[in-house]
Design a protein around this ligand. Sequence first.
Ligand code: MOS
Length: 733
Amino acid sequence: MNAYVGTPTSRVDGRAKVTGAAKYAGEFPADGLLHGFVVEATIPRGRIARLDASDALQVKGVVDVLTHVHRPPLADNDDAWKDEVAPEKGSPFRPLYDDRIRFNGQPIALVVADDWETAKFAATRVRVEYEREAFATDLESEHEKAGKVDRPHQPRGNAAAALAGAAVRHQADYVLPTEHHNPMELYATTVVRDGSGRLTVHDKTQGVQNVHKFLCSVFNKKHDDLRVVSPYVGGAFGSGLRPQYQVVLAVLAALELKRSVRVVLTRHQMYGLGYRPMTIERVALGAKPDGTLDAVTHEATAVTSRYEDFSRNDTGWAEQLYKSPNSLFSHKLVELDLSTPCDMRAPGAASGVCALECAMDELAVALKLDPIELRLKCYSDRDQSEDLPYTSKQLRECYARGADAFGWTRRNPAPRSMRDGKELVGWGMATGVWEALQMPVAVRIVLTSNGHAEVSCAASDIGTGTYTIVAQVAADALGLPIENIDVKLADSTLPQAPVEGGSWMAASSAHAVLGAAEDIRLELARLAKAMPASPLGGVDAPDVILVDGAIAKAGDKARAVSIADAMRHGKLERIEKQKLNHFAEDNSHARNTHSAVFAEVKVDEELGVIRVTRVVSAVAAGRILNTKTGRSQIMGGVVWGIGMALHEETVMDHRFGRIMNANIAEYHIPVNADVHDIDVIFVDEPDDRINRLGVKGLGEIGIVGVPAAIANAIYHATGKRIRRFPITLDKLL
Ligand code: MOS
C-alpha cells in the first residue's frame, strides 16, 4: 500500500529546478513589460516635506514615478490591509500611502521605466527633503519602556518565593540579535496585464490566496479581476507569509499605467521587510540538589514597530516542557522606529528555547549533573501548561538515540578537558520543541482513464517539498506510479489552502489528498462493480482497494479491474473529486514535535575561531512522509542554527537608525566551509491520534535547540559562557 510514503523519494520538481525550467516570480515575461525600482527613505522617522521627481522623469526611458501624492487609490482603513497571517494588533504598513516615515528603508517612491537599469539610475535622481523627528531604534537603551503582552500563561504556585528558597539557582539574560531572512530568491512580483485589464500577479509569496484576498481589499477589486500565482519559491522562511510591499507597488503601477510591470527588490531593500526581532530573554531556574526543578521563570523583552505589536511564543516552551511546581512567564515589547518584525523559521521558539536550553546547561553545571540527566529529571510526559497528555512524545528516545550516535558517554564533563591538537573540543546538547499544527486545505484530483491524475491545491511549495509529498500520498492512495501524478500548486484559483508556514502543510495537504482520493476510490469501486460479470461483484466498497493501476479486492489482487476498463465501461473520460481535509476535533491532547540536538565544536584559542565539526539531531515528529526531503529540512534547520549561534546579526547604527550590514557580504550566514558533519536521526514515533497518517511536520523543529547546543559546546570547550549571540570570535578572545 505504501510504495512511496515513508520512502526517500526524490523531489518531483527537482529536475525543473536544477535545469532552470522552474520559473520564479521575477522571471515571467510579458509584452511591453515595465520595470519598477524602489526609492527608500533614508531617515527612520519623520515626514516627507518635499519629493521632487522632475529630474528622474527626464531620464530617457522613465515612464512614471509613483509616490504618495501620485498614485491610484488605496484602501484607507486598517482592516483592508490585514491579512490572514498577522495577528498583530495595530495598523499594517501601507506603502506610498502618506508622507509619514516609519522606518529607515521604507519605500517612498517607485520609479517605473522601460528597463530595470534605467529605473535604478533614475531612482538616484529623486530628491527628497524630510522633516525629521526624534527616533529610537535600540532595544537595550529603551528597555525600560517595555510594555507587557497579554498571553494566556497561567502562573503556577509562587515562583519568586520558590526561586528565593531554591537550593541551586541560575538566572541570566540571553541576548538574541535581530536577524534578517536571506532567501536566495529576491522579493519579486511580475504583474501581467491582459487586454481586458485582468491581472495575473506572479508573486514571491508563501500564500497565493492570502495575497489575492489582500490585493482585492487593498485595491477594491473583484475576485476575478486578479489571480495570484507562485509555482516556485526560492526560499522564504516566514518572510513571505504576509504580503510584502513589492506586490502592492507592482500592482499599483500596473493599474496606473495599464501595463505589465515587474518590481524586484535588491538584497539591500529586503532588509526593509520583516525580521526576527531582537530579544532579551531572562530565564531563572531554581532546583533541588537532585536536579528536580522548584521554579522556572522566563521573561522575554522584544522589539516591535510603533505601528504594530508583533509577539510570538518565546516563553511558553519552558512552561510546557519541564516539570516545575512554580513558574511565571511574561513577554514584553519595546516599540521602536523600525518596520514590524515578522515570522522567521520557528518564530519564538528559535529564540526562547535557545535561552532556556543555555540556562538548563548552566543549571546542570551548577548542579554537577550531566545535561541529559538534568533534562530527564524534569522530563514530563504531559504538557505542563495545559496538563494534557501528548498525542505522542518520544523525546526520551531522542535523547537516547542522539546521545548514542554522538558518543556522548565519552564526554569528560569538565570544561577545557578535551582537545584535538591545539584546538579545544567541546560537546554540548539541547532540547528542541515545536508545534504540530494542521489547517484546512482542500485538494482536487482529476483522474483520467489512462491512469494519470492531476492533483491540485493553492498551497505553495516554498522549497519544503510539498509537490513531492502530495505526489507520494496521491500515488499511494490511487495505486498509481508517482510518474503518473501531476501536481499543480500555488495558484489562487485552485482549491483552498492557507499560507505555507508553521510546519502545518505536510499534515494538512496530505490529508486533503487522502480525502479526495477516497472519493475517487468509491467512484471507481462503483464503476467496477457495475461491470457485467465484474470480478468485484459482491465485494463491499470498503474492501475495494486501488493498487497497481487497478481496482481490486483487498487481499485478493486476482480479483481486479483496470481503471481504464472501469471508466470505459462507465463512459467516463475523467473523474473529478475535491475535498477539504478533516481532522477530528480533539482538545484532550497536546501536539508537539521534539528533538535532541548534540553539537561538537573545535575552538582555536589563539585565533578565537570556532568550527562546528559535528551535529547530531534526533527528531521525533510522528511519521516522516519522505525521509530524503525530511532529512534535508532538518539539515537546513541545523545550518541555520549554526548561523544563529555563530554568524547572523543585523547591525544597526543607532545614531541614524540605519542597518549597517544590509547585504549578504556583511550579514554573515553559514557557507559550505562552516558546515561539517550533520547526522539526522528520525526517531520512530507512532501516533494514531493526531491524524490518520500520524504526520506532524518538519519545517521548523530542525532549527530549535541548535544554537543552544552549540553555545553549550563552546562553554564546554573553553569554560566561557557567552550569552550574547552570535558567538563571534571577539567574544572568546
Ligand atoms: Mo514559517 S516562519 O511559518 O514560514
